[in-house]
Design a protein around this ligand. Structure first.
Ligand code: FCB
Length: 463
C-alpha cells in the first residue's frame, strides 16, 4: 500500500448535500457505568467474567465520554463533519429495560444533543448498539419476544425527549453480529453458544426494529434507518461444497436481515430450507411490521469474507478468524484472503469490495432498495501518524464514489470511529480512532487521519 496518500483535493466530488459523519457507540466510549442511575448492561456483566476480554480490560471508564463529551463535541466541530452517529445506552435511560425511566440518563443525551446542535453537528442517535439491559438479558434477552416490545417502549421514551431536535434515527446496530457472536458462538455478550438456535435473536431484533420504527414515526421522526453489517462473500473455490458454504454464509450476513426489511420475507427457500420455519411466530404478521418503509438503509462495511466448506480435520479453517474463534460445527469456514494489505487487526484492506457490495445491493433489491448510507467504515492501526488509515479511507471513498457513479444511490458516509475506544472482546488493543486516546490520562490527540479528513471535508464543502 502506498504510504504517501494523494492530496485531499484529488478525491472526486461528492454531492453537495452528502452526509459526512463519524460514528461511536455508548458502550465503547461512555464509561461511567455506575453513575447517573444507569442500570447494568449485558456487556458490563460479560466483560467482568474472566477470560472474556483479550486484554483483561472492561469498559467501566472507556474514554470517559460521559464526562468529557464537551471536548469530544469540540473535536467533531474541528473535524468539520455534518453529522455524528452515537448510540443511546438503553440501560442509562431505562435501567431495567422496561418500566421506570431514569431522568438523569435522558438528561445526559439531552445535553449531548444540545451541545452538538450548538456546534453545528447533526445528532444521529442509534437506539441500540449491543448494550442490552442486564435485567432483560437474564430473562433470555433477544431470544424472547418481550425484549422487542420493551425496545419499542424505550424508543418511544427517547423520541419523546429528543424528537424535537433529532430528525434522523437509527434503530439497531448490526443485529447479525449480536446474533452470531453474542448468541451463536459466545465471543460477545451475552456469551451464549447456541449456534443455529440463536436465530430467534435475529427475529426479535428485527421485530424490535419494526416496532421501534412505528414508535418513532408516532413521535414525528423525519428519517429512520438501520445499520447492518455487510460484505461480499467469496467462495473459496468453484467446488460445489465451497459454493454452498459461501451461499449459506452470505445468507446469514447479507440476506437474513436485509430481506425481511426490504422484501418482507425471510431468505433460504432456494437453498432448500426457509429461514422463516426456524423463527418464532407469528412470523407472517411480524414480517409486516418488520418491513415497514425505511427512509434509508445503513451499511457498515469493513471487509469481504472468503468462505469454504469445513474440512474433515478442520485444518484449512483458521482456528481464529478476524479475532473470532469459529466452532468447527458450523457448516462454513472462513479462509484467508491473500494478496491484500492488512490492518493491525489482520483484516484485509479491499476497497473495491465496497463497490462490489453496493452494486450487488442495487442488483439484488432494485427499486425496493431505499437510499443507502455507509454508517461505518474504518480500520485499526497503531500510532498517531497513521498514513495507513489515510490510505484506507482514501481508497474506500474512491470505491464508494465509483459505486455512486455506477448508479447506486448513497447519501452519506460515517467513519468508524471518532476516537479509539473499547473494541468489545479485543479490549483496548485495537485502535480505530481518528483521535488517539491515552488510556492512562484519557488525553485526546488528533491523529494525522483526523487532519486529513478535516482537509477532505473542507475541499468537499468548497463545492
Ligand atoms: C462493528 C461495530 C462497531 C465497531 C466496529 C469495529 O462491527 O458495529 O461497534 O466495533 O465493528
Amino acid at each position: 500500500m502506498t504510504l504517501v496518500p494523494d492530496p485531499p483535493a484529488s478525491l472526486p466530488r461528492f454531492p453537495r448535500d452528502f452526509l459526512w459523519g463519524v460514528s461511536t457507540s455508548a458502550a465503547q466510549i461512555e464509561g461511567a457505568v455506575a453513575e447517573g442511575g444507569r442500570g447494568r448492561s449485558s456487556w458490563d456483566v460479560f466483560a467482568a467474567e474472566s477470560g472474556r476480554i483479550k486484554d483483561g480490560s472492561d469498559a467501566r471508564v472507556a474514554t470517559d465520554h460521559y464526562h468529557r463529551y464537551p471536548e469530544d463535541v469540540a473535536l467533531l466541530k474541528g473535524l468539520g463533519v455534518r453529522a455524528y452517529r452515537f448510540s443511546v445506552a438503553w440501560p442509562r435511560v431505562v435501567p431495567d429495560g422496561a418500566g421506570e425511566v431514569n431522568a438523569a440518563g435522558l438528561d445526559f443525551y439531552d445535553r449531548l444533543v444540545d451541545a452538538l446542535l450548538a456546534a453545528g453537528v447533526e445528532p444521529v442517535p442509534t437506539l441500540f448498539h449491543w448494550d442490552t439491559p442486564q435485567a432483560l438479558e437474564e430473562g433470555g434477552g433477544w431470544l424472547r419476544r418481550e425484549t422487542a416490545e420493551a425496545f419499542a417502549g424505550y424508543a418511544d421514551v427517547v423520541a419523546a425527549r429528543l424528537g424535537d431536535r433529532v430528525g434522523r434515527w437509527i434503530t439497531l446496530n448490526e443485529p447479525a453480529e449480536l446474533t452470531l457472536l453474542g448468541y451463536g458462538v459466545g465471543q460477545h455478550a451475552p456469551g451464549r453458544q447456541l449456534l443455529f438456535d440463536a436465530l430467534p435473536a435475529a427475529h426479535h431484533q428485527l421485530l424490535g426494529h419494526g416496532l421501534a420504527v412505528q414508535a418513532l414515526r408516532a413521535r414525528g421522526a423525519r428519517s429512520i434507518g438501520i445499520a447492518n453489517s455487510h460484505g461480499p462473500t467469496w467462495a473459496a473455490s468453484g467446488s460445489e461444497a465451497d459454493r454452498s458454504a459461501a451461499d449459506l454464509y452470505d445468507l446469514l450476513l447479507n440476506r437474513l436481515f436485509a430481506e425481511p426489511l426490504l422484501l418482507g420475507r425471510y431468505p433460504g427457500a432456494e437453498l432448500g430450507f426457509d429461514v422463516a420455519d426456524l423463527m418464532p411466530g407469528p412470523v407472517a404478521e411480524d414480517l409486516k411490521v418488520i418491513s415497514g418503509p425505511l427512509d434509508w438503509y445503513g451499511i457498515n462495511y469493513y471487509q469481504p469474507t472468503r468462505v469454504g466448506a469445513p474440512t474433515e480435520s478442520g485444518g484449512a479453517a483458521p482456528a481464529e478468524f478476524a479475532g473470532i474463534a469459529l466452532p468447527p460445527e458450523l457448516p462454513f469456514a472462513p479462509r484467508e484472503i491473500e494478496g491484500y494489505p492488512r490492518t493491525d487487526f489482520g483484516w484485509p484492506v479491499v476497497p473495491e469490495a465496497l463497490t462490489e457490495l453496493l452494486v450487488s445491493f442495487r442488483e439484488r433489491y432494485g427499486d425496493r432498495l431505499p437510499p443507502l448510507v455507509i454508517t461505518e467504515n474504518g480500520c485499526s492501526y497503531e500510532g498517531t501518524e497513521d498514513e495507513e488509515r489515510i490510505a484506507f479511507l482514501d481508497g474506500h471513498l474512491r470505491a464508494l464514489h465509483a459505486a455512486m457513479a455506477a448508479g447506486v444511490d448513497v447519501r452519506g458516509y460515517f467513519v468508524w470511529s471518532l476516537m479509539d475506544n473499547f473494541e468489545w472482546a479485543e479490549g483496548y488493543a485495537r485502535r480505530f480512532g481518528l483521535v488517539h486516546i491515552d488510556y492512562e490520562t484519557l488525553a485526546r490527540t488528533p491523529k494525522a487521519s483526523y487532519r486529513w479528513l478535516r482537509d477532505v471535508l473542507r475541499e468537499q464543502e468548497r463545492g
